[in-house]
Design a protein around this ligand. Structure first.
Ligand code: PLP
Length: 355
């Protein structure tokens, strides 16, 4: 997979920070690997791919991404498998989603091979930053933003695509208590909810902060029109097991099409479980909580993979979900996915790409 259509300019650091890393205590998202990738879009073309030491960048104060948020990102992980090789999980899915996000924000497309190869190139240089500890991984953050120094509101003519990486520990999520949000909205029909556009996340901070003040770790977003249908759990997709059926909202234009959710659905089907991707009414979830047919609720996303939900609250009424048991689907699927990523199972779905 060495389709290097550009000649990347590589500037290696003279001061690797590797010796200072405490591998047994990795903070999330604060420790950055030695190098970063940058590539500029100017005059209608991508050029100047560079790998250089991680560091600050200089921007015009009139940069339109800062003012108007013309910016998107991706999030993915590299793992070290049992042979010590470094593998990416479904990176072409991220490449495709990045382009869907960018299209909505009038940001130029990046060829999928170029996107994946840029990541492979950066990681092969910072391979030693991929943790050796089982279950630990290298978080990869590709992102793109407008760079025109112009405060008129229009699509920028120039952009910068960058990638940096962070070694991260294994992320075990304690079961969390969540609140069904019926006042604020994350996404609206025809809006940008399906896109990993920067502004979506800023807009979600305030309702999440209010929920945190009430003691909830996360929100369950509902549709903006009626607050009648379940959409997502914070920045994760949400799935339920009701009467032994895996039920999850359809990823439409208000729901981000998560790769973890998609993988969980694929695995469930492969295991012969019934899966329903459909609209889910808030009332259905509460009915199922009341009559005991809802046995599991969990979020799915790259950071935690699976985040079990212990309590769901709606307008002050609180329901507890029976505690996680080993036979629970989400426990099994988390184990399987974690093992899959490190090569413990055959790559039957063709999800792994070796660096
Ligand atoms: C990134 C993201 C997800 C999860 O997507 P993955 O591909 O599984 O990491 C879910 N919801 C939102 C809002 C997201 O930004």
């Amino acid at each position: 997979m060495e389709v290097d259509i550009f000649q990347t300019n590589i500037q290696l650091t003279k001061n690797s920070r590797l010796p200072q890393v405490n591998w047994d205590n990795l903070p999330f998202g604060k420790l950055f690997s030695d190098h970063m990738f940058t590539m500029d879009f100017e005059n209608g073309n991508w050029s100047k791919p560079t790998i250089m030491p991680y560091g600050n960048i200089s921007l015009s104060p009139a940069n339109s991404a800062i003012h108007y948020g013309q910016s998107c990102f991706e999030g993915m992980k590299a793992h070290r498998n049992l042979n010590g090789d470094v593998v990416l999980f479904r990176p072409y899915e991220n490449a495709r989603r990045f382009n869907r996000s960018n299209k909505r924000m009038c940001i130029p497309e990046i060829n999928e091979e170029v996107f994946v190869n840029s990541i492979l190139e950066l990681i092969s240089i910072d391979k030693k930053w991929v943790p050796q500890n089982l279950g630990h991984s290298l978080y990869i953050r590709p992102f793109i933003f407008a760079t025109d120094p112009y405060i008129g509101i229009k699509p920028s003519d120039s952009y910068k695509f960058m990638i940096f990486t962070c070694p991260v520990g294994s992320y075990y999520s304690e079961p969390v208590s969540v609140k069904v949000e019926t006042q604020y909205s994350r996404a609206v029909q025809g809006g940008t909810g399906f896109s990993k556009a920067a502004g979506n996340y800023a807009a979600a901070l305030y309702p999440a902060m209010l929920a945190a003040k009430q003691g909830f770790r996360q929100l369950i977003w509902t549709d903006a029109k009626e607050h009648k249908y379940i959409e997502e759990a914070g920045t994760m997709n949400v799935l339920f097991v009701i009467d032994n059926v895996l039920v999850t909202p359809i990823a439409g234009d208000t729901i981000l099409n998560g790769i973890t959710r998609k993988s969980v659905v694929d695995i469930a089907k492969d295991w012969g479980m019934e899966v329903q991707e459909r609209k889910i009414e808030v009332q259905e979830v509460f009915g199922a909580l009341k009559d005991g047919s809802l046995t599991e609720a969990f979020g799915a996303g790259t950071a935690a993979t699976i985040a079990p939900i212990s309590n769901i609250s709606l307008n002050g009424e609180n329901f507890t979900i029976p505690e996680s048991k080993d036979y629970h689907f989400h426990t099994k699927v988390l184990k399987y996915l974690s093992e899959y990523k490190i090569g413990k199972h055959p790559d039957k779905f063709n999800w792994l790409v070796k660096v």
